[in-house]
Design a protein around this ligand. Structure first.
Ligand SMILES: [Mn+2]
Length: 270
C-alpha cells in the first residue's frame, strides 16, 4: 500500500475557485484508507509575496517546507491541492538518483515570475522543478535535467511558455501521441534514468471525464488512455513518486461524480 500525503494547498492557484482545491483534497482523502494518509498542514491564510514575484509566497514556502519534512527515499503519492505541491516532493524524490519527471497537465505550468501575469505559483510549477523561481520554492538547478522532463497532454500553452519550451530540451507528447499506449514508456525508458516521478493535474483529462477542474480545456485524455500509458510506463521504469493535483469540485455531489475517475488514476500510480 502506498503512503499518501494529503496537501490541501490552494495558495498556488490563479482561480477564483482556488479554495475548492481544499474540498478536493479532503474528498479524495475520504476515499483512501486513513492509516495510509499523512495530512500535511496548510495555512488557511493567503500569505504574502514578500517581493518574490510569486503571490502568497510565504504560505507556499511553509507548506513546501512541511512536505520536505515528511518525504524521504520511499515513494509517496501526493494528493493536492494545486499543482505546485509536486515541486518539493520531486526535490526529495531526486535525492541521490537521476529521475525523469512526467508532467501530465492541460497547461504547461512553465511560466516564471517574469512571464506570469497572474503571479500564481501553480502556473510556474514545472519551471520551478527546473530551477527557475524564488529560493524556498524552486528546486536548485540541476536537480532535475530539462532533457529528463516530459510534458504530456498539454494543449493550452501561453506564448511565453511556448517560447521557453522551444529553448529547453523538455519533451512534449500531445494528447494524440498518448493514444499509442507505449509512447510515454518508450520516451522515458530511453532517457536512462533511475526512476520517474509522475505528476497528474486532473485537467489533463477530457472535460467529459472530469468536471471538478478550475480551467477545463477541451480535447483531453480519456481515463483508460491515461491509465494505460501509466501502466506501460511503470512496467519499464520504477516509480519515484506521484502527484494527483488540481481537483476542485464545485459541490460535494460533484466530488462523488468525479471520484470514480480519480480513484482509477490513484490506482494507476499507487
Ligand atoms: Mn497544472
Amino acid at each position: 500500500m502506498a503512503r499518501f500525503l494529503i496537501v490541501p494547498q490552494w495558495q498556488g492557484s490563479p482561480s477564483a475557485r482556488a479554495m475548492q482545491l481544499i474540498d478536493g483534497a479532503h474528498a479524495i482523502a475520504g476515499d483512501l484508507p486513513r492509516s495510509a494518509c499523512t495530512p500535511v498542514e496548510v495555512a488557511l491564510e493567503a500569505g504574502d509575496s514578500l517581493a518574490s514575484g510569486v503571490d502568497r509566497f510565504s504560505a507556499l514556502a511553509r507548506t513546501a517546507e512541511r512536505i520536505r519534512e515528511v518525504t524521504g527515499p520511499d515513494p509517496v503519492v501526493v494528493i493536492g491541492g494545486d499543482c505546485s505541491v509536486s515541486v518539493p516532493a520531486i526535490g526529495t524524490a531526486a535525492e541521490g538518483r537521476t529521475i525523469a519527471v512526467v508532467w501530465l497537465d492541460a497547461h504547461g505550468d512553465f511560466l516564471t515570475p517574469q512571464t506570469s501575469t497572474s503571479r500564481a505559483f501553480a502556473g510556474m510549477a514545472l519551471s520551478a522543478v527546473l530551477g527557475h523561481g524564488p529560493p524556498g520554492l524552486a528546486l536548485d538547478p540541476g536537480i532535475v535535467q530539462p532533457e529528463h522532463v516530459v510534458l504530456a497532454g498539454a494543449r493550452d500553452l501561453e506564448p511565453a511558455e511556448q517560447e521557453r519550451l522551444a529553448d529547453v530540451s523538455v519533451k512534449h507528447l500531445s494528447t494524440q501521441d498518448l493514444s499509442t499506449p507505449d509512447a510515454l514508456a518508450d520516451v522515458v525508458a530511453g532517457l536512462g534514468v533511475d526512476s520517474v516521478y509522475v505528476h497528474i493535474d486532473v485537467d489533463v483529462l477530457d472535460p467529459a471525464a472530469i468536471a471538478g477542474v478550475t480551467a477545463a480545456v477541451p480535447f483531453g485524455l480519456t481515463v483508460p488512455t491515461l491509465v494505460s500509458a501509466i501502466g506501460a510506463l511503470r512496467a519499464r521504469v520504477p516509480l519515484a513518486g506521484a502527484t494527483i493535483a488540481g481537483f476542485a469540485p464545485r459541490t460535494p455531489g460533484d466530488a462523488v461524480e468525479d471520484m470514480g475517475a480519480i480513484l482509477r488514476l490513484i490506482g494507476a500510480v499507487a
